[in-house]
Design a protein around this ligand. Sequence first.
Ligand code: CFM
Length: 550
Amino acid sequence: MSDKNNTAIYETSLAGEVKELILKKYPAKVARKRARQIVVNNPVDDQVPEILSNTRTIPGILTMRGCAYAGCKGVVLGPTRDILQITHGPIGCGFYSWLTRRNQTRPTTAAGANFMPYAMSTDMQEEEIIFGGEKKLKKAIEEAISLFHPKAIGIFSTCPVGLIGDDVHAVAREMEEKHPEVNIFGFSCEGYKGVSQSAGHHIANNKVFSKVVGQIETQKEGEYRFNILGEYNIGGDAFEIERIIERCGMTLHSTFSGNSEYEEFASAHTVDLNVVMCHRSINYMADMMEKRYGIPWFKISFIGAEATAKSLRKIAAYFGAPELLERVEKVIAEEMYHVEAVRQEVKERCEGKVAMLFVAGSRAHHYQELFAEIGMKTVSAGYEFAHRDDYEGRKVIPDIIVDADTRNIEELTVEADPIRYRPRKTEEQLRQLENQEGIGFNDYAGMMPEMKKGDLIIDDLNHHEAEILIEKYKPDIFCAGIKEKYVIQKGGIPLKQLHSYDYSGPYAGFRGAVNFYREIDRMVNSKVFRFIKAPWQKKPELTGSYAWNK
Ligand code: CFM
């Protein structure tokens, strides 16, 4: 993305015009707030305009967002196969957070525990809402232990649990006393906590850090041991990443949480490095592990062939062994040979086409690289629920105003472990890696500095705004989720789901990049979308206006 100041095709004025058009429909107060969440990009010397984010969605607006329960149970813990997960709540919450994200797993042995094929819930009814659900929860835990003998159980709170005051933590403690061989913990991740999934990520990080990480001291055998934080094995991404790392001769100890298991989390503090892929969902864990155990972290990405190569080089440079650096270069050269052949062929058909990405917390940024590799331009992007640091870079963290919704989420005070704290590198070594290898420890540059001047950045995009984007920019492809998919496609624009990958994947790593090029080529060059007539094009829709705006 080196041509960030190339405004030849999409002038700043178009973004400004679109923003104005979007705001025109809103009542004055709504327009004022949205105006701060819709920003025309202008990166100058690594400075970008401020964007309002991580704030409540205005009631009545059709947001793309999910809830705190989804962020905790579905996102962070969901991909772990052997932590038995019980949703305490009505059946819908458990059912709709069950594998719809297409997170995959592969037990290491045929006998290895895998509870992911089960959706476990206390199936709360009116009776529990009125008289309390703790009894039913205890019964569910007893039943789960007798059937599955898990090492660990997580209890996930849904909205009614908080509203009626069930104490999932007290239940967890009581049941753990009865069954000391099982690590039992509860999450106060009621859907309404915070303003989006993001709150659930933080709640999940806190509990996994305090109740799981550091419980076991056994280490996986192998050299160059590290964890990947923020990779969730959607469509098999983790399998491809594991393949590459194994070829390079490095040891991936634990992934939080794609294709993961309990004991890997429990012993994750024994590694020498954490690399962070999805900054939004798991930066808390990286910081806490550094404070308590002395493990440095830096940001990487395995989305895009170039990004994968760059990330591998960074990790190898961190460990610094000449034989490792050599092997990594060899692997990159071999893998890139196969990628290049497809990339060139696809690029010829996709060059200059236009993409838009509205995915929640990090994919709207990461996938721009994949599009750029086949010559496509991203003209507008945004996150559903990320914070200012994901847009503008971590340097703005001290300036972020902490509001009541954020204060609602516990911030753990973490101190160095008196015995197990062990800095993996000296200060001098870290500075040297920063200066010579360009590794930015504890840093994430954010999405906006890497986008072009005049691109339109929209936080928490809604339905009305998506329609205007499509009408004005006429993109060749729109990337979002299932809630957007069919409305956009009825408008004649192909939509690629970047949450679940539709029915495809993996898209990470080298082979993933090839899959993605092929898939996007097929979508943007398919003629079928031109023939679509949306229902509202044939039969006009009813429209209304706000009386108080007149
Ligand atoms: Fe991170 Fe994710 Fe994302 Fe996310 Fe998600 Fe997801 Fe996502 Mo859907 S953890 S922030 S809460 S990269 S489930 S695997 S695709 S919204 S952009």
